[in-house]
Design a protein around this ligand. Structure first.
Ligand SMILES: [Zn+2]
Length: 264
């Protein structure tokens, strides 16, 4: 982490938000762990959410036990939308259902993308999603002549957290692991153990292209906070006007508004 990061609007807001919970930044994310910091910059908006939200105790969960313990402590609410059983933190669920009711009043809807996985995920879910990008990309880059068979064999057997570091390093050289191999894997899925879905503060909506739906979600504290992950909304429990003071900066991409950690 550079000194610039530390005095940035996001770090300032993060320090304040964690301080209110009796925590310091280094408690959740070791300063010397570059990967954890990168992940914090990509997904960190949830850590500056409203006080009623329970953020994860760490930037990266190590295993299923830690995730289970956190999800139990945070509490979860369940609802069924269509065929999908959706689980979220209670505040997040209340706000989502409010947004959905408002949408339906206007003849619109807010529905989960890819079933139950649209909301709460387990650690194992995040590993499975990781593998769904990691393995096909290895095959692709062998075919493209950018990685050799022995190189990929080494990568395949690494522990999953080491795979993440290795992938982020390869991506610096243009060997990308997203679904279409054109951008960082982190823009299409979260690294194992880091997802806002694990925190039960994320919902992937089918109707993300509808500007009015996005507006209704935002009115209820749900915002797009992960650049390029278009269907993905994060529950912050805040008004849009409060986001800058939480160290989030507004970025427009293809006519959609993202609120991302301002670490510059
Ligand atoms: Zn998502």
């Amino acid at each position: 982490m550079s000194a610039t990061n530390q005095s940035s609007p996001f770090y300032t807001a993060l320090e304040r938000a964690l301080g209110q919970r009796g925590k310091k930044i280094e408690d959740i994310c070791p300063p010397d762990d570059q990967i954890a910091r990168r992940l914090l910059h990509d997904y960190g908006a949830m850590f500056v959410a409203h006080q009623t939200v329970v953020p994860p105790p760490v930037c990266v969960f190590d295993d299923e036990d830690a995730v289970t313990q956190f999800q139990k402590a945070a509490g979860r609410a369940t609802t069924t939308i269509g065929d999908a059983v959706i689980e979220l933190q209670p505040e997040a669920m209340t706000a989502l259902l409010r947004a959905r009711a408002a949408a339906r009043d206007e003849g619109l809807d807010i529905t989960p993308r890819d079933g139950a996985e649209a909301a709460r995920r387990s650690y194992a879910d995040t590993v499975r999603l990781w593998n769904s990008r990691f393995f096909p990309a290895l095959d692709h880059w062998i075919r493209a002549g950018r990685l050799t068979q022995p190189q990929t064999e080494t990568l395949r057997v690494l522990p999953v957290n080491k795979q993440v570091s290795a992938v982020l390093e390869l991506e610096q050289g243009g060997i990308f692991f997203s679904k279409d191999f054109s951008k960082s894997v982190l823009y299409s899925i979260a690294a194992p153990g880091t997802s806002q879905h694990i925190a039960m503060l994320a919902f992937d909506a089918n109707e993300f292209l509808d500007a009015r739906v996005r507006e209704l979600l935002a009115d209820n504290g749900w915002f797009q906070t992960v650049l390029s992950d278009l269907p993905h909304f994060t529950f912050l429990g805040l008004k849009e006007s409060e986001l800058p003071e939480r160290g989030l900066k507004r970025v427009e991409v293809d006519g959609q508004t993202f609120w991302i950690p301002d670490v510059a």
